[in-house]
Design a protein around this ligand. Structure first.
Ligand SMILES: C[S@@+](CC[C@H](N)C(=O)[O-])C[C@H]1O[C@@H](n2cnc3c(N)ncnc32)[C@H](O)[C@@H]1O
Length: 222
């Protein structure tokens, strides 16, 4: 895919995401310094604990899956029903190659998850968004769409970077003028939790993991 898709006229963040994750990142994303500095292995462990289920056939969707970093770990833990979606087709191809040795039911698609996820209602038992929501200009639309494809009693798991107020405001102001690799803004956990509740998720809770990240979970009402 060598052409930029048609995004909405003013969606410069999405253009920036696409540029970064379709062309620049595919060969180098997994060795990015921020994955090491952000201790993503600890975050992935927290996600795996949140998912922890004896039924390895539960249906899991990773939104903004990039190179399939998390999907690979889920496959290694024995989960057999994995789906991923990303804006950038080229990075999805990296995920496809990485996951090809596993004998699992794998479904990888390209889509803009703020607009439409290409699955019917109630398709998944677990949905993860790891390090993705700061790319969303329309966070509420993206969460509503995630909630639509989440099955009743299914679980949504989000982690994203956390910053002290002043630093967050400076970073967000900077990103307003200079979008960096599609980063739009870093939301507060409270804002994300409120959005999840407005979307209709119950039992939402958030906690910090280390100093720089937070994890939020919520469940879809039956
Ligand atoms: C920082 S990476 C996070 C990747 C991965 N979840 C992880 O934990 O390493 C953000 C990913 O979200 C994708 N993305 C950004 N906006 C998106 C959108 N609107 N719909 C789908 N994917 C999106 C980008 O293409 C990129 O691959």
């Amino acid at each position: 895919m060598n052409k930029m898709p048609e995004f909405r006229k003013n969606d410069r963040y999405k253009r920036s995401s696409f540029r970064a994750y379709n062309w620049k990142m595919p060969p180098r994303y997994d060795s990015c310094i921020w994955l090491k500095l952000g201790k993503v292995d600890l975050l992935d462990d927290a996600v795996l604990r949140e998912i922890s289920n004896d039924d390895v056939s539960i249906r899991i969707l990773d939104i903004g899956c990039a190179t399939g970093r998390l999907l690979y770990k889920l496959a290694k833990h024995g989960y057999t029903n994995l789906s991923g979606v990303d804006l950038a087709p080229r990075i999805i191809e990296v995920a496809r190659n990485k996951l090809s040795p596993f004998k699992i039911n794998l479904n990888l698609k390209t889509a803009d998850s703020e607009d439409h996820l290409p699955w019917p209602d109630n398709s998944f038992d677990v949905i993860t968004l790891t390090g993705v929501i700061h790319h969303f200009y329309r966070l509420d639309d993206a969460l509503k769409e995630a909630c639509r494809v989440l099955d009743k009693d299914g679980k949504l798991i989000i982690w994203d970077p956390w910053f002290p107020v002043i630093i967050r405001q400076i970073v967000n102001s900077w990103l307003y003028f200079f979008p960096h690799d599609g980063d739009y803004r870093f939301y507060t956990p409270k804002k994300v939790e409120n959005s999840l509740q407005e979307t209709g998720l119950k039992n939402t809770r958030y906690r910090k993991i280390g100093f720089w990240t937070y994890i939020i979970t919520g469940e879809k009402s039956s």
